[in-house]
Design a protein. Structure first.
Lengths: 368, 368
DNA sequence: ATGAAAGCGCTAACAT
DNA sequence: ATGTTAGCGCTTTCAT
């Protein structure tokens, strides 16, 4: 095209004034220094597209050509530029994942469960941590969507209106959206889900304690304001307890390191006018802390105070007595999310919602 | 450009044969449906470049124009395409991080420590898990480099020759390379490092036990073959023990769930001809398992067997007695890596190597 | 303060 | 089996 301009100067101008003649139109090269497909092609004595073809389907180029390309490839140390590839093909390989916290074992294990199958499928994982803040989540969704990910995996089903708009548009534009760690109602937003119902989980905690004869219950919420799933478990716990005629008190753990917070809560529980005989917690850190605190206070667990946690953290199994808890399928959520995601990328039409089990693991803290 | 072709058909051909006349050169549009800068520009009555300018430096466009653009932006729900931006500008915003395992608390916390400051600086985190396999690591490095990341954060300093070549080239091409979780020698490869010396850490474990009078020691390696850092700690432990005239036996934990493996190791230790009085472990899972196993076997800890772990996992602090352990600065490694990385991106010339502390936390398992 | 043209590095479409 | 052309959506350079 440039050649044309130079061969027929003047004639080609579609402006009123002709192009100023002396300007040679040789702009600064903007290349970023890295080896490109053209470099490889030049070294192999072919054109760029042939190398491109070789890389994507080696069978399509002649064996002799392929050999030359292989040589050129290793001689130049070529690393394909993904941005260019994605831009040209419209098919990216990024999966974006958004979790509340990368360090929390439950989400870390989910990501680990997700990463293996994705890697096997040639997909890459872009992650962000929202800190349980849905405003921040919205801005992260916007940023992540800028990479035109094949799929966006997000934690939970509560998002800002702006986030929902983005998610819906992304979904409409062919980006698979999966909400993990929750499973609720009929999937109002039309996104795939992989998780379990937290209200039901809370009810299961209450039922277990009711079955063991407790009639004065308590639920201790997490100090993390944005953890609505813990709150829903609390709602389920309270409603199930009250439906069975028990009294249910609800309190919030003090802020700070959660095991310490759990220790401190014991004092509060014991000081209550209608002192509960059993208590459930938003998570195992609080529950384990309470177990340790109860023992330190000379209480017998479960005789004086029965305890149930959530999460099946490692600590819960190894204290004496062990902490009864709900065991969410942490890894499985990741693995199943990957499965579902890959199925969608391979053309599965239906938006699926997978309801997983969150079994109760009974240990000494309720079953002395 | 297309308009030109249509206005002067024939005249424009630079080939020998003229373009076959009926072909209107109207190729299939390849657009991917999403709102582009042009769409926004059209809605605002300006051209794309003005919108682009507004997004990057709002001050450069006239207030009235800016208002129109803002309106168009929100009306269209525009999400910038990062691939296009990076390709055009040569300045990406991706930081790639490569860890052995996303679920291991030590690495998960490091990533969490990394993610916050990166996000604040407008950078995004692309992650991969190598499974302690340096071959796999090499292929992941290649893949990650395809995104032309601003920085590549990698775990440890042992890589395949191919990986080293990639890292050196990336580094030469302006990609900051940081090895984390290790600090060794004089940084042979010339990459930045943020971590501590594992050999010295192992020596510290031995010294602690020697100081308490132990003369028959053991070190239990992890069953994970690729965890060379644990092996280096073992090397340090063995050499320090032997230098002090102690006998040091070394064994490898059985494969499988590490706490269980730790329990099983106790039997092996007790059956040894020259039965050790103190044992160090590659990690706290093994150490905690051994602590539980020793208690189950009726041994007194630390009188019959003293134990030291590594990692300061949560469990270690809450068993009774607590497990003495080395506490690596998990979060800090991430946070400092981020600092160093941002300094480099802002033009810091010198490749820095940060040596962090890995303090010994003395608990009941050695200090009865 | 705004725009036109060119090009980032690659691949899809259309040749041969 | 290989090449040519155009264009992905953006930013840079140069011009007004």
């Amino acid at each position: 095209m440039l050649a044309v301009t130079l061969r027929h100067p003047g004639k080609l101008s579609i402006r009123e004034k002709p192009v100023s003649e002396p300007t040679p139109l040789v702009r600064q090269r903007r290349g970023h220094g890295r080896t490109t497909l053209r470099d490889v092609a030049a070294a192999a004595g072919v054109t760029a597209i042939t190398v491109s073809r070789y890389l994507r389907s080696p069978g399509q180029v002649a064996p002799a050509t392929a050999a030359g390309i292989r040589q050129a490839l290793s001689a130049t140390g070529y690393v394909p530029n993904k941005q260019a590839g994605v831009l040209a093909s419209g098919r990216g390989s990024i999966v974006a994942a958004l979790v509340p916290n990368l360090a929390h074992s439950i989400f870390a294990e989910t990501l680990q469960g997700l990463s293996r199958p994705l890697e096997a499928a040639g997909l890459e994982l872009l992650v962000a941590a929202s800190g349980y803040d849905i405003e921040r989540e919205e801005s992260q969704i916007r940023t992540l969507l800028g990479w035109a990910p094949r799929a966006l995996v997000i934690t939970g089903r509560h998002h800002t209106p702006g986030a929902l708009k983005l998610l819906r548009e992304a979904h409409a534009g062919g980006c698979t959206v999966i909400e993990m760690w929750d499973h609720h109602g009929r999937g109002e937003q039309g996104f795939a889900q992989v998780g379990f119902n937290h209200r039901a989980a809370g009810q299961a905690m209450a039922r277990h304690l009711l079955d063991r004869g407790h009639r004065r219950l308590a639920y201790v919420d997490s100090a993390v304001a944005g953890d609505y799933r813990a709150r829903e478990r609390g709602d389920g716990f309270v409603s199930a307890g009250q439906a069975a005629g028990a009294t249910v008190q609800r309190l919030t753990a003090p802020a700070g390191e959660p095991i310490t917070a759990g220790r401190e809560v014991v004092g509060v529980l014991m000081a209550m006018p209608d002192r509960p005989t059993a208590c459930a917690f938003a998570n195992d850190h609080l529950g384990c802390g309470a177990l340790l605190g109860a023992q330190a206070a000379g209480l017998r667990v479960p005789q004086d105070l029965a305890l149930v946690g959530f999460g099946d953290f490692e600590l819960a199994a190894h204290l004496a007595p062990g902490l009864t808890t709900l065991a969410p399928p942490r890894q499985e959520i990741g693995a199943r999310t990957a499965e579902l995601l890959l199925a969608q990328l391979h053309g599965a039409a239906r938006v699926q919602r997978l309801k997983l089990e969150c079994p109760l693991v009974v240990r000494g803290s309720t079953a002395g």
